[in-house]
Design a protein around this ligand. Sequence first.
Ligand SMILES: Cc1cc2nc3c(=O)[nH]c(=O)nc-3n(C[C@H](O)[C@H](O)[C@H](O)COP(=O)(O)OP(=O)(O)OC[C@H]3O[C@@H](n4cnc5c(N)ncnc54)[C@H](O)[C@@H]3O)c2cc1C
Length: 501
Amino acid sequence: MKKVVIIGSGINGLVAANYLAKNGYQVEIIEKKTFTGGACIKDTVSIDNKKVDFAYGATVLGMMPDFIFNETGLSKKIHAYYPKNPKLVYFNGEETSTKIYQDNDRLEKELKHKWGETGKVNEFRNDENKVVEFIQKLYRNATSPSIELANQFLGKELTSLWISGTAKDLLDHYFSSEKAKLYMGMTVIESGPASIYDPGTAFTIPLMDSGSIFDGYWGFVKTGIWKITENLTEINKELGVKFYLESNIKEVDSSKQSILFSKNNKDTKLNYDHLIFATDPITPSKLIKDFENQNSLDLIGTSGKVTAFFKNPVRWKDANNYSDSFRFIFSVDSLEDFENASQKALKNNGDYFPGFIQIYPEGSAQRNMDNHEDYDKLIFFTKNLSFDKKADNVSDIKDRIISKVIPHIENPEDIVFSKFLTPMDLNETFLFPEGNIDHITLTGNQNYEKRTFSNNKDNFYSYHEYDNIFYCGAGSFPCGSVAGTPGYMCSKQLMRSITKK
Ligand SMILES: Cc1cc2nc3c(=O)[nH]c(=O)nc-3n(C[C@H](O)[C@H](O)[C@H](O)COP(=O)(O)OP(=O)(O)OC[C@H]3O[C@@H](n4cnc5c(N)ncnc54)[C@H](O)[C@@H]3O)c2cc1C
């Protein structure tokens, strides 16, 4: 029986372990922390002596392929759904929203009416669907991404627009209004300050819609998203996966295929046939003995999160009947201002350059899933924060974020507590390099076929020159998120590399 050791028990380590264990591999996971889950975990606060759980890192589910949800066994344990109501968008000073309908014709009419959009809204959605269908095929077959394959499947024009091109060119091609460009292009800075002028950034736009669990949309898990990693840990234990928690790895000796780690002050040595790092990509470079890496990576993360707790259900001034809709509040009105804000954050020219805030109505969604909690919860996911300050030192920024949302709410006096995390907190809490939620920034140079650490053309997930060391954390293709796609693709490619020998 071949033995695979996996370092890291976030969603990707857990998904890789699941597929390998089911295919007859002996799997052992070494985890630094006292618990599994990585950035998909809960935290608990006590308000008026009532304990409330909330999503500490990741909050919403959307990028997971439906086959991973089903094949791992998660679908039998998890209740999840996505809102069918339109998403709601507010630009500076707007009290009523523009509605992002799921129906294309309705959306086209709304954008024309509200934003004066006269471009190709329908064509954008249709072309995006073709790109998404292509990427989903790569996921399912665990096929390494390449420009050649994209050209074959999509043709040269769509490939250069949607995959190798700049986000700016893609948006200019389909849309006439600045507001439509901003809304459709905002995910370019999802994890960090990628420039819309950078070739390869166009790909982030379809990438964020490429999950199939909710048909490209984003939604909620009953109780909280951490139930995904909690349940997968239990499923894996039943499959025989062995976990070493609270373990401090001292060294990986690639020539002897062994790992030395200490747990409870006792040293343990494990041998492996194959080793997978399901961590950030800097960790293997530090742990592998004699490893020399000349490559530098764009790491900077500028995303942060405020969780606000309300003692009564939130009442929205606009569209309260759509209480489970995602809402987006923009502080910029043009692509140029959007770019300037994110690039100032990259240069660390200040502590916060407002771009847009995504609002996740977690409490309303929980009630829709028949989970009635003592407090309502809203999450404000924010961009363009400096990456070198802890939340405790920039509480004025938390107040600015909350005060941007408050004018839209009837009952702001019901906020009883809020918790803020900056990129530096994410670095300390989740060990993300420079606080990046995708482990490395989704710049053009680290997107699609370039999101790999392999020197081996046939093995996209192998780590540099090593044949039996792999990397499948959020820094590998396709990207971060609670999806497990890199973990799945890596495990499949690992198994294939053995069959080939
Ligand atoms: C605030 C925040 C909000 C987010 N929001 C969302 C969201 O709403 N939806 C979404 O889909 N995604 C979201 N994300 C992103 C998502 O959570 C991550 O991309 C994803 O969880 C990464 O999974 P992973 O398995 O690749 O890595 P991780 O979850 O980072 O797991 C890596 C594991 O490796 C362990 N490890 C590291 N070093 C070592 C070592 N030396 N030895 C042993 N173990 C080690 C770590 O402790 C960790 O358990 C968010 C992230 C954050 C932080």
